[in-house]
Design a protein around this ligand. Structure first.
Ligand code: GDP
Ligand code: MG
Length: 593
């Protein structure tokens, strides 16, 4: 392969700015798919992605354009998956920055561009959707010039929908993005930038060869893992997988090496030759760390082992979530799971329910706290029920983020109000143009994982965007609020809350549960407590009448039927002390509002 004719490029775009549509047009223009086979969002293969319109798993495709080869590497657009963006950048020499010409550049897109600049990548900027009446390409080209230093007259104007300007964009990719460099005679060094599990083929890894040659049937060594495998198949996606003899320097493709667990072919791994190994590995990535945790429990207790199997299978495909068994007095046997963010949590849960046919109860999301015990020992807890009582600890710290919000300036006030209400501290405010503002806050992660993103969107009619960076732990005034039913604490409802919000959480939970818990034969007090101190209380009043009374004592079969029905209903109840609670009550009470 003549290196000078090769271009490796990723598309950076905010969600909904048209990346998938652009990829479809590019595939068509390069003749990669027959018009007959063309379906919308061709590269977004996972059903869930298609439905939610987000790209999660990286896909790369090799295309012929003029007398060049372009490897197009798709990237996910959601803030939870930011680390996947940096992976795909490591496989490229340049990026296409795609910005909706009626919206302007968004916070994460900007962050990803800075990442690309740090990697010394060439940026080809394009404003999309110029066919829309609301498009204002002049305004937003000016903005791109101001924030990124890319001259406004170099910003291309396209419509991914109509195809207008897309060939010119490909010309710019060929002309402006440099060809890769690499040494064919040097020992093999190839970077794995994604791995996924295929039911039939095992682990399929996306690779970028940096030096040397990755050949089918060669014995390869994974330098970090220290394992040796046979390269059963090396190939390229055109976009259908197509086996090749070998991949040379600068080339992007896939590797199948008889591996069963994605954890053994991690992103950032360097592949070298087993017989002639490279002296050093390539620079890898930091493994993403789970930031949000929740308990997942089967609604039916006997589905516990099904849930375990499902988690095991799902993890083969997504090494970024974690799970360990845990037991809850209220919910029985389940797992404590860790996720990259709230969307990631929702996606994993939805896949478990949908692909493995499970019904699940998820406890309220939590972050990882650092508790300093009396005597100085530091423990990390991600489950409120593990928190020591107030007398047994000296302090507690929680993770903080630096967040960047880009918003139309008319919403500045409401965004500031939201951030302050979530314990945020303003660090910077800057006008990108008279119409748009960039705000920076330091804010507890716990506040952001609850409903921050939804609130930000609704307060700004969807116009504000958010990017975040973890900045470590800070001491906070936090307490654990317990919920007691008839005097017994229900672990699933315990929550770690800032002291200013503790009373509110306790009161709301008591009110909610009062509506959800059916009457029993006796009064059931519902209490919220911090340590031994009750902070809120409600009561579910006892039944007054026997259910069968209204049947006039007459028809015995009808009476039996009713009792049967009650019994069946009982099976779906959990008993907390003497109180029976229907599953539905847990599900509804734990829903965020
Ligand atoms: P992604 O989230 O970045 O992959 O965005 P999509 O490609 O899924 O596009 C989001 C929405 O914008 C879809 O409804 C597309 O049909 C629409 N869209 C994409 N490009 C254009 C364009 O050039 N013009 C118009 N009018 N709509 C577009
Ligand atoms: Mg998409």
């Amino acid at each position: 392969m003549d290196l000078s004719r090769l271009r490796n490029v990723s598309i950076i775009a905010h969600i909904d700015h048209g990346k998938s549509t652009l990829a479809d047009r590019i595939l068509e223009i390069c003749g990669a798919v027959d018009a007959r086979e063309m379906r919308e969002q061709y590269l977004d293969s996972m059903d869930l992605e298609r439905e939610r319109g987000i790209t999660i798993k990286l896909q790369s495709v090799r295309l012929d354009y003029r007398d060049h080869v372009i490897n197009l590497i798709d990237t996910p657009g959601h803030v939870d998956f930011g680390y996947e963006v940096s992976r795909s950048l490591a496989a490229c020499e340049g990026v296409i920055l795609l910005v909706d010409a009626s919206q302007g550049i968004e916070a994460q897109t900007l962050a990803n561009c800075f990442l690309a600049l740090e990697h010394d990548l060439e940026i080809v900027a394009a404003l999309n959707k110029i066919d829309l009446p609301a498009a204002d390409p002049d305004l937003y080209a000016g903005e791109i010039e101001r924030v990124l230093g890319i001259p406004a007259d170099e910003v291309l104007r396209i419509s991914a929908k109509t195809g207008d300007g897309v060939p010119e964009l490909l010309d710019a990719v060929v002309e402006r993005i440099p060809a890769p460099v690499g040494d064919l005679d040097a020992p093999l060094q190839a970077l794995i930038f994604d791995s996924h599990f295929d039911q039939y083929r095992g682990v399929v890894s996306s690779v970028r060869v940096v030096n040397g040659e990755l050949a089918t049937d060669a014995k390869v060594r994974f330098m970090q893992a220290g394992t040796v495998h046979e390269a059963n198949e090396v190939g390229v996606r055109r976009p259908e997988p197509t086996a090749v003899k070998s991949l040379g320097p600068g080339e992007v493709g896939y590797l199948i090496a008889g591996i069963k667990d994605v954890g053994e072919a991690r992103s950032g791994e360097t592949v070298t030759s087993a017989s002639k190994p490279a002296p050093s590995a390539l620079e890898g990535y930091q493994e993403p760390k789970p930031m949000v945790f929740c308990g997942l429990y089967p609604v039916e207790g006997d589905e516990f082992s099904d849930l375990r199997d499902a988690l095991e299978k799902l993890r083969l495909n997504d090494a970024s979530f974690t799970y360990v068994p845990e037991t809850s007095g209220a919910l029985g046997f389940g797992f404590r799971c860790g996720f990259l963010g709230l969307l990631h949590m929702e996606i994993v849960r939805e896949r478990l329910e949908r692909e493995f046919d499970l019904s699940l109860i998820a406890t309220a999301p939590s972050v990882e706290y650092r508790v300093i015990r009396t005597g100085g020992e530091v423990v990390e807890i991600d489950n409120p029920s593990e928190m020591p009582s107030p007398g047994e600890m000296e302090g507690i710290e929680e993770p903080y983020l630096k967040i960047t919000i880009l918003t139309p300036s008319t919403y500045t006030g409401t965004v500031m109000e939201l951030c302050q209400g979530k314990r945020g501290v303003m660090k910077n405010l800057e006008y990108l143009s008279p119409e748009r503002v960039e705000l920076q806050y330091e804010i507890p992660l716990a506040e952001v994982v609850m409903d921050f993103f939804d609130q930000l969107k609704s307060r700004t009619q969807g116009y504000a965007s958010l990017d975040y960076d973890p900045i470590g732990y800070q001491a906070s005034q936090l307490s654990k609020v317990d919920i007691l039913l008839h005097g017994d604490p229900v672990d699933a409802f315990s929550m770690i809350v800032h002291k200013d919000f503790a009373y509110d959480y306790g009161r709301k939970m008591c009110e909610k549960l009062k509506e959800l818990i059916p009457r029993q034969q006796f009064d059931v007090p519902i209490q919220a407590a911090i340590g031994g101190k009750i902070i809120a209380r409600q009561t579910v009043k006892a039944f007054r009448k026997d259910v069968t009374e209204k049947l006039y004592g007459g028809d015995i079969t009808r009476k039996n039927k009713l009792l049967q029905k009650q019994k069946a209903g009982k099976k779906r109840m959990k008993s907390i002390g003497r109180v029976d609670i229907p599953q539905e009550a847990f599900i509804s009470a734990l829903k965020l509002d």
